[in-house]
Ligand binder design. Structure first.
Ligand code: FES
Ligand code: FES
Length: 153
């Protein structure tokens, strides 16, 4: 099937099988491997990207459903070599250990802060409860979101 998807601001044509997942299109066809393949069944959040500004799980979206839409991945966040404030906060607060979950957390954080610029700790924990981390214990992730919210005010 022929598709056109704007990825990280650039429109691109694709020719894919009907059952291709958005996750595979991003990782395999675009080589945007920052988006991670974790569980593949919508449970871990590692594959979180934005579609038309909303956080979606790329393992649960068919590529054909992204036809004509805008998809943003973690690679689109930085401005050249300048990290996005959310990325910098995750680094500064030690919210990254193995890093496998981090792109998904950061994309979810961006969606959260666009909806709720000054979230409470409870709102942060509730919003990010679809993102699983095996390493950090979440405390520093919450601190990173709070620090990013401060910087982005
Ligand atoms: S890989 Fe998509 S939710 Fe786990
Ligand atoms: S930093 Fe390792 S899974 Fe989250």
């Amino acid at each position: 099937m022929k598709l056109n998807i704007k990825i990280n601001g650039k429109p691109k044509d694709f020719d894919v099988a009907p059952n291709t997942l958005l996750l595979n299109l991003v990782r395999d066809d675009m080589d945007l491997t920052g988006t991670k393949y974790g569980c593949g069944i919508g449970e871990c959040g590692a594959c979180t990207v934005h579609m038309d500004g909303l956080a979606v799980l790329a393992c649960m979206v068919l590529a054909v459903d992204a036809d004509g839409h805008e998809v943003d991945t973690i690679e689109g966040l930085s401005d050249g070599t300048e990290l996005h404030p959310i990325q910098q906060s995750y680094l500064d607060e030690g919210a990254v250990q193995c890093g496998f979950c981090t792109p998904g957390f950061i994309m979810s954080t961006k969606a959260l802060l666009e909806e709720t610029p000054s979230p409470s700790e409870r709102e942060i924990r509730e919003y990010l409860n679809g993102n699983l981390c095996r390493c950090t214990g979440y405390v520093n992730i919450v601190k990173a979101v709070q620090a990013a919210a401060e910087q982005m005010k």
